[in-house]
Ligand binder design. Structure first.
Ligand code: FES
Ligand SMILES: [Fe+2]
Length: 394
């Protein structure tokens, strides 16, 4: 993110404190609630978005050193990610070539040899089958042809990307659609993995993403929580291909910096803002002064009204030092985070899902001040070749 770009956004937000901020959308949009309940749509989404599309999995520090691994089954396909002895990132289908069992249990750790729990066939961090238990009794097999099935994987700008179907390599810069500058700016390789959690909710996975789609609700739903820090009804709006960025203002910092600096270009951008990115198809990526949060939303089984949010956060160096020098545990941060996300956002979203399930109203409305919602829904529609939503004629 170039400095002129940061300056432009700070200018929009600062003026917005005085005049209420810009309105970005062209009109009110009707969006069908069936998008949260349709089983046929859910099946198409699973195939296209969670198997065929490159997915952001996490940051480089999920695999902090050569010889580390991370097994994750959230996409529906068990995936084993490794960093080999040379530091290179790989991804494999985490399924044994003998009888298909999951080789490495979900989780993360250190290890370069992975023995399947069923009959102990053993693979290394490059996916090679290195040992067949009691091979002489089993019968002859070509071990060279029976490595773990490799998946396209790419590491760039400190991000880990995987496509859960074998095939063509991933072009991360193309997938970022112009956000590469931003990602470089955040110095993601300097962020260390802190902690992760999985949140289950009775909401469609797209509705979980929608909870991060506007700050019109901050002064109402988050009156006592987030609105104490973030200015409601004020955001920037920028589209990057299928991805999206909106930046919010940290209210107290704006007041403080307004007094402390004569020039806007002197303001420390990260301290003054919360940047909310949507990274197609299923990730909300947050950057605030204390962390980078990666929230990956997934369908939970075949029921369109259930989802899982796989949430990891990563600490910049100065915050890591704070945690290491104090008695604090990284996981303590989830208490405040979940108070907002689970008790407020997802609780309200569950009520929307219930009305969608009940079929009492066919559509909901996205306002001109909720442009990210229109973007998210149309990005998913584009991904499936569905007709796009557009503002109503006034
Ligand atoms: S299924 Fe893995 S060793 Fe048999
Ligand atoms: Fe919210």
């Amino acid at each position: 993110m170039r400095s002129e770009e940061r300056l432009r956004m700070l200018g929009i937000l600062k003026n917005g404190f005085a005049n209420g901020g810009p309105i970005h959308g062209d009109g009110v949009v009707r969006s069908p609630l069936a998008d949260f309940t349709c089983r046929r749509l859910a099946a198409d989404e699973k195939r296209v978005f969670f198997r065929e599309t490159p997915l952001l999995m996490g940051l480089s520090s999920d695999l902090p050193a050569p010889g580390t691994y991370w097994a994750d089954s959230e996409t529906g396909l068990p995936i084993l990610m490794t960093r080999d002895g040379d530091g290179e990132f790989h991804a494999f289908a985490n399924t044994c070539r003998h009888r298909g069992a999951q080789v490495v249990p979900d989780g993360r750790g250190v290890g370069e040899r992975f023995a399947c729990p069923f009959h102990a066939w053993t693979y290394n961090g490059r996916g090679n089958l290195v040992a067949v238990y009691r091979e002489s009794r089993f019968g002859a097999v070509d071990k060279n042809a029976l490595g773990l099935i490799e998946l396209p994987a790419a590491e760039r700008h400190g991000m880990l990307w995987v496509r859960p179907t074998p095939g063509a390599a991933i072009d991360v810069d193309a997938a970022l659609g112009g956000l590469s500058d931003d990602m470089r700016h955040w110095k993601l390789p300097q962020h260390s993995y802190a902690a992760s959690q999985v949140l289950r909710a009775n909401v469609n996975w797209k509705l979980a993403i929608d909870t991060f789609g506007e700050n019109y609700h901050f002064d109402v739903l988050h009156r006592e929580s987030l609105a104490q820090e973030i200015r409601g009804n004020l955001q920037t709006h920028d589209v990057f291909g299928l991805n999206y960025r909106m930046v919010f203002a940290q209210a107290r910092r704006f007041e403080e910096f307004d007094k402390a600096f004569t020039e806007l270009r002197e303001w420390p951008f990260r301290l003054a803002t919360l940047s909310v990115y949507f990274i197609f198809p299923n990730t909300i990526f947050l950057v605030d002064p204390y962390a980078v949060d990666v929230l990956r939303m997934f369908p939970d089984g075949d029921d369109p009204s259930r989802s899982r949010t796989a949430h990891s956060f990563y600490a910049p160096p100065e915050v890591k030092a704070f945690y290491e020098e104090s008695e604090h545990e990284y996981a303590e941060r989830f208490v405040g985070f979940n108070h907002v996300i689970l008790n407020e956002d997802y609780a309200i979203a569950e009520s929307t899902q219930r009305s969608a399930n009940a079929g009492i109203q066919s559509h909901v409305l996205f306002g001109r001040n909720e442009p990210a919602l229109l973007h998210y829904h149309n990005a998913h529609r584009r991904g499936l070749g569905r007709p796009l939503l557009a503002p109503e004629e006034a």
